[in-house]
Design a protein around this ligand. Sequence first.
Ligand code: S3P
Length: 435
Amino acid sequence: MSSVRIARAGAGLRGAVEVPGDKSIAHRALMLGSIADGDTILHGFPGGADNLATLAACRQLGVQIDERGSEIRIHGRGWRGVAQPTRTLDCGNSGTTMRLLAGLLAGRPFASRLDGDASLRHRPMRRVLDPLGKMGANIRAEGAAGSAPLAIDGGVLHPATHELAVASAQVKSALILAALQAEGETIIAEPARSRDHTERMIRAFGGRLEVQGQRVAVFGPQQLRGTSVVLPGDLSSAAFLIVAALVVPGSDLELRSVGLNPTRTGILDVLAAMGADLEVSHTPAAGSDEPRGTIRVRSAALRGTRIAGEMLVRAIDEFPILCIAAACATGRTEFADAAELRVKESDRIATMTEVLRTLGASVEERPDGLIVEGPVGFGGGRIASGGDHRVAMAATVAGLISRTGVTIEDAACADVSFPGFYDTVARLTAGAEPT
Ligand code: S3P
């Protein structure tokens, strides 16, 4: 699939849908299951390209992993079950795979090497290499300006206190994985609270850590125990369908079993502030599984808002789709404090400025965000996704309300996080025709 043409939706999105399992949580379950003692069963594995990269890397580290449909069984044999890989581990497009594995492998007694695609080779790695270096890690960035490939010479780690300059769950998680191997107390303090899936999951695996606000303390060394993880649907995937249902008239859509971890639900708060009609009902928690529930969305008139600070961190991956919502809203929407978006799978501020302008919006690009004035009547045209999955999916939603249709180039990248995305949209709207 090289390109997909999305026609204006003839009718609203109606019915009930379950989106694929949470990508962030799945990465962590694969890695923690690989270092834990005993079997871990992962239910609802989404099978997107990013998660498959982590799965393949864990197998190359000698961990036996059986797949039965969306059920994955990881036969963990403790830290010692992780062995030297015979070749470079390919992290593909996945920053989470590379950064978390860097923390995990820094403390293993062997050499390993991590690489990724052209996008991942451009992403900053010093943010993990510097604090890991403070713990004694020996990792050499072979790329320019501290980027991948990463050559890791694993060895003994010692604890450290880290004051992070950016709120990043990937950096925090890499340091937690290193801290589990270091003897003593490691402290990680973030400037704002990033997603806490690693902290929750370590407890589910029988591990100990202390969380106080934006500060995590980990006491190492620790041995985790395998467990069962039931993934909720990925709210970051659901976000595309939620905004589609809001902006396509006549929609009434129910999204079932979606993750509602408060460190991820910024999108729901932003949309509520924009006047969205969302009904969220929480499912009673089962064991140590992450919070989840049902979201019902009906079409609504949106108004502009400001998205900055802590709210931006809680909706970090939702910027592309929030740009589409913002262009549909009446008035001005401003994104600020979002410079991190320049180092995601693409420079998302630049990419979305370009997308919105192609579709007819007037946009002011800022170093740390953008301002869009709505409502914009989207015309149509060709959108270069730049290989960024969330840009391709955001452009798809724009296509559903465009006058003349939108063609998305390099559309297959949606598979990075949302396998079956175009089929799901087609089923809900009858609007997508692969070309
Ligand atoms: C992720 C953390 C975030 C997010 C990414 C997934 C994770 O990245 O943007 O899509 O799974 O930990 P940062 O840690 O760089 O903010």
